[in-house]
Write a protein that binds this ligand. Sequence first.
Ligand code: GDP
Length: 445
Amino acid sequence: MENDTIFAPATPSGGAIAVVRISGQRAHAILKSVFRGKGEPEHARMRHGMIEYKGKRIDEVMAVCFNAPRSFTGEDMAEIFCHGGRVSMARLMAALSDKGARLAQPGEFTRRAFESGKMDLSAAGAVMELIGANSAAAADAAMRQISGGLFDKITQIQKWLTDALVIIEAGIEYPEEDLEADVRRDALPSVQNALDAVRRLAATFEEGRLLKNGCGVAIVGRPNVGKSSLFNMLLGYERAIVTATPGTTRDAVEDFYMHSGAPIRFIDTAGLREAHDEAERIGIERAQNAAKGADLKLLVVDRSKGITKEDKRIFGTLDGEIIVVLNKIDLAPAATAKEARETFGCDVFEVCALSGSGRDDLIARIRPPVRSDDDDITVTSERHRDCLCAAAQSLESAAGAFDAADLDCVTIDIKEAWDRLGEITGLKATEEIINSIFDTFCLGK
Ligand code: GDP
């Protein structure tokens, strides 16, 4: 059925007020068939009234209509602000279904918005990222995409590619003009610009991942050196979302700490030592895996016990970036920071996990990357990153084909890159687009 009329609750269940959306050709008719108010619902104007179904009033609501294309989906739409009670909601939905609307699939409203040209594919995807964002920075990144930031960037890059295609096509179509040498000179800079921009965008994915999932910081070390105490000390009172991994206390436990709007994901791991029983063995395995996947490792050493052989062994099992944290500085020292630096060859911080002394310096050192420019687009979707990498490959190949003076290959590679970029915005290069550009192209003769 082509664009049947759909409905769905837009708010989670259990609230005082719920919003039910209806979209499609019959949205207004269906609303009118159940709504009894003083005035008829009209575009963007809230009306008070009752929902009546089978001769019975089932709820008192506010309702509003939106005329196509001036709606979220671009279709005729209606929104009913009803009470969020389970029974009244169920009755309203039964009424809408009975009047011919169908319960929407997840994402179907946004899909329709994309299909009717209300938003590009990157913005549509970012709607879900905004809803799922668990930090201010991730929400900002999603908003920049919803506002068309990524779309604009991609379109700009595609324009450079089109410019290059126009020049190259002239070289192929009019070989007698002996344009080949000029073609390279005129078209290569556009391709190079595009390649640089694509690479820059792809490189923001790592930052995007950190904004989305949090910069993972694993706290590792021997038992009783104060890992859990440090974990609590670092989280302080500002912790935002509690996501303690379920399981025994020997599992890795995670919690988020918001740092300048970006999440740090602290992971407290079980004591890394020889397992004494099965549960402990599993705990240690999980700790090792959690530590492996983390962006940064804090190796906790009990300063009052000195640097032990076991501390050095654990250090040897870690890869990537490591910071050594000398804990229990309130007790008499058996090692110094200088010694630790010489032993481990990395940054060393001294703290007292119980009193919180040394916390600020340590937190400042593990701060996540701070955005240099607030308006910059961050790629947060793996699909977008893959498209960008594929586009970059095609453009590298195009640049190589220039050197071989094989303009046919250059054209194929550039079009390939164009299409890969188009998969991000949902706009593919068709022959017609390219042709329409050439129609306006004048060779000057
Ligand atoms: P974990 O096994 O490495 O997670 O260590 P815990 O955090 O459970 O701490 C082990 C013991 O060391 C507990 O008795 C803590 O109270 C104690 N402890 C932790 N940090 C400090 C500290 O900075 N100073 C002192 N004096 N004791 C600490």
